[in-house]
Write a protein that binds this ligand. Structure first.
Ligand SMILES: C[S@@+](CC[C@H](N)C(=O)[O-])C[C@H]1O[C@@H](n2cnc3c(N)ncnc32)[C@H](O)[C@@H]1O
Length: 214
């Protein structure tokens, strides 16, 4: 948020030129100082926002799922045109975009703004921008309830942290697919190997929690 604010203020800062009338030339340096002052205040507010939790540090860094594993994830979940596929930590958007190519709607939640911007560009390039949305934010604070399929490529510990939220907020029958990592002791419905990667499928039960929550 700080960047655009700073950028706008800098682009509005006057650059006196010899063609400006005299009063504007005299005001130029004053306005430049005012611009710097306002930018400094805006930057400080931004920093305070970060300190107060405005900018979230990623829980795991970006590593893309190989395309054939993406295909396997969508195939094991039997994704089709009636589905709404949420990728939590969506990186460059490849999973929601691949889901949209199968006729589904895709949603990505991603904490890194640059990756959100890249995912949006990739969706336009793939011709599916009308069927995918990418949101910048923390997956732990997102609302995944519209999903019929949730995809994850995170870590075992993050899957386990997400699990109570997913079981609480997703509709019974929603499929959850993880590239590589388990969900604690929650027994998968199906699991396949794609090269050296495991692709694992669970289904949200109608009772709120499986017998063993770990
Ligand atoms: C291993 S990458 C997987 C990217 C993509 N899902 C894929 O399979 O190609 C994990 C992604 O999660 C994002 N991430 C990490 N912590 C997050 C959080 N708390 N909320 C949203 N995204 C997060 C990272 O920035 C990164 O892009």
């Amino acid at each position: 948020m700080r960047r655009p604010i700073g950028g706008v203020l800098f682009s509005l800062s006057p650059q006196p030129t010899p063609l400006q009338p005299a009063p504007a030339r005299r005001l130029g340096p004053l306005m430049a100082y005012a611009g710097v002052l306002v930018w400094t205040v805006a930057a400080s507010v931004g920093l305070l926002g970060q300190a107060a939790g405005g900018k979230r540090t990623p829980d795991i860094h970006y590593v893309p799922t190989p395309n054939r594993v993406v295909d396997a994830m969508l195939t094991i979940a039997d994704v089709g045109p009636t589905d709404v596929v949420y990728d939590l930590g969506s990186g460059d958007g490849r999973i929601p975009i691949a889901a949209a190519r199968r006729g589904a709607r895709g949603v990505g939640i991603e904490v890194e703004p640059a990756l959100v911007a890249q995912a949006r560009r990739n969706a336009v390039r793939a011709g599916v921008a009308d069927r995918v949305e990418f949101f910048e934010g923390d997956m732990f604070k997102s609302d995944p309830s519209p999903a019929t399929v949730v995809t994850l490529y995170l870590l075992g510990s993050l899957n386990q942290r997400l699990r109570p939220k997913l079981l609480r907020e997703l509709k019974p029958g929603t499929r959850i697919v993880s590239h590589r990592f388990p969900m604690g002791s929650w027994e998968p419905e199906r699991s396949i190997e794609v090269g050296r990667a495991d692709v694992v499928l669970w289904r949200v039960p109608s009772s709120p929690e499986p017998a063993n929550p770990n």
